[in-house]
Design a protein around this ligand. Structure first.
Ligand code: HEM
Length: 470
């Protein structure tokens, strides 16, 4: 009864709270971060108040950084000071008490886990070409099966980015497609539920944890599905009399002497696989979705990309970036204008430090606003326009492009994600002309969510070259 009354009170309080968040009322400090359009909202604030915003959140200092210069100063020049992640109630629940790579702090177990995951991904990167062609062909086959009828590409992209990670991790011992498809949907839902403000509020307002929270229940159900899937794959690999060699899982189990740090403890191994799936599925699919949406708005750019691809003998591979500069620039411009992780991941100061000449106390939380930094008018001309051509000119500000973060905790999947986007987009453009669906051109506005996704849209993929032709 008391819980029901409290829940009612909370429901009554939520609308005024949301209104305060919209106005960005200073008294509520960093509750801005709960705003459904957090990154965009913080970008507007930064335009008014400068690239270093200071706030209070749950009794702690929070810094939101909105220029590449200041983000680099913190995460590259003072990288040792900012290696930590802020402790989080939800983070701990979904990571078996902080045993994972993305949310864990720097302890010996975490260093070993990060070193082994980086090493295993780097090893896998040397044989990425054939894997991406195979996956890209399957992606095009699925797109072709729609016969030019309107389709929402996001679910297809998510399945194939998830399947790429599965192939890298497990080699030929990949789970059946139906199981993998259900798992990729589970990952999407998990991020979506985690992003809900009623769930995020549990991190900021501990008294809410005593109340029933349907979102939290849903989150824990999805975590259970996630864990059962990953556990089943590890078991399948361990029980196989001759498991495939050269897989990321094999390397993390200590079967590749060139990968340092392995073997990992069972829990660290489990969470490393979870992080590679979560880190590499929705983010890459979202970027592919944005690239397609932007190209629908620029048919003449599509035609130039197709002409560039025709000049290549055979399908594009990860090593063709120099021969396909416009395709490479299109991938970079998509990641600049719509970074899939617009607020990166929060960092935490392990000791007293300084930033922009200001003293910073240990425990301060740092949020890099990558969306704002990559649209900084001081660095980028026409910052809000989609202009891949900007990356073709000699003085392009590459150092200010930070979609994967920077420094000692930058994304370990950067090379894989870039290669995947380059090959998949190249294969799609080579085979199909992208045309708007019956609803017209997609919106390009920023929508809420942990991962920055394009608002849902449908398009027609009209075959313009027979599949598999050189
Ligand atoms: C377009 C695709 C991707 C984008 C935009 C992206 C972006 C990011 C960003 C901004 C961070 C936070 C960096 C920081 O803490 O400062 C991150 C961390 C991470 N990413 Fe990615 N990522 C992508 C793809 C991938 C892929 C393919 C994988 C793995 C297969 C991956 C695995 C991870 C992991 C494990 C972390 C946590 C690293 C740590 O905490 O030390 N990501 N990513």
């Amino acid at each position: 009864m008391a819980a029901a009354a409290l829940l009612l009170l909370l429901l009554l309080l939520l609308p005024p709270l949301a209104a305060l968040l919209r106005r960005g009322a200073g008294r509520w400090g960093a509750l801005h971060l709960l705003h459904p359009q957090g990154a965009l909202h913080l970008s507007r604030l930064a335009r008014r108040r400068g690239p270093l915003l200071r706030m209070r959140l749950g009794g702690r200092d929070v810094l939101v950084l909105s220029s590449a210069g200041i983000i680099r100063e913190a995460l590259v020049r003072h990288c040792g000071d900012w290696l930590g992640r802020p402790p989080s109630y939800l983070g701990s629940l979904v990571s078996h008490g902080g045993q994972d790579l993305a949310l864990g702090g720097p302890c010996p177990g975490w260093r070993q886990q990060r070193g082994a995951a980086r090493g295993a991904l780097a090893r896998a990167g040397t044989q990425l070409g054939p894997l991406l062609w195979l996956q890209g062909q399957e992606l095009c086959e699925e797109l072709r099966s729609h016969g030019g009828a309107p389709l929402d590409p996001f679910e297809v992209f998510t399945f194939h980015t998830c399947s790429t990670i599965a192939r890298l991790l497990f080699g030929d011992l990949v789970p059946p497609p139906g199981e993998l498809r259900a798992f990729s949907c589970c990952l999407g839902e998990l991020l979506q539920v985690w992003g809900r403000s009623t769930v995020r509020a549990l991190d900021l307002l501990p008294p809410l944890r005593a109340l029933p929270n349907p979102g939290l229940r849903e989150l824990l159900r999805l975590v259970q599905h996630r864990d059962a899937f990953v556990e089943a794959q590890i078991r399948r690999h361990q029980e196989c009399p001759s498991p495939p060699s050269d897989t990321v899982l094999g390397a993390l189990l200590g079967r590749d002497p060139r990968v340092q740090g392995a073997p990992l403890s069972p829990l660290r191994l489990h969470m490393a696989l979870v992080d590679l799936f979560i880190g590499g599925t929705e983010t890459t699919a979202a970027a592919l979705g944005w690239a397609v949406a932007f190209l629908l708005h620029r048919p003449e750019l599509q035609a130039r990309l197709r002409a560039e691809l025709r000049g290549l003998q055979g399908p594009p591979g990860p090593g063709d970036t120099g021969r396909l500069p416009l395709l490479q620039a299109t991938v970079s411009e998509t990641l600049r204008l719509r970074p899939p992780a617009p607020l990166g991941l929060p960092h935490c100061a392990l000791r007293h430090t300084s930033l922009g000449g200001l003293p910073i106390v240990a425990g301060t939380i740092l949020v890099p606003n990558l969306l704002a930094a990559q649209q900084d008018p001081v660095i980028w001309q026409q910052p809000e326009a989609f202009l891949p051509e900007r990356f073709l000119s000699p003085g392009a500000p590459w150092r200010s492009l930070l979609p994967f973060g920077c420094g000692a905790r930058s994304c370990p999947g950067e090379a894989l994600a870039r290669a995947e986007l380059f090959v998949f987009l190249g294969l799609i453009l080579r085979e199909f002309r992208l045309e708007p669906g019956p609803e017209g051109l997609p919106g390009l506005g920023v929508s809420p969510g942990t991962v920055l996704r394009c608002p849902p849209f449908r398009l027609r993929m009209v075959p313009c070259q027979p599949p598999g032709s050189p």
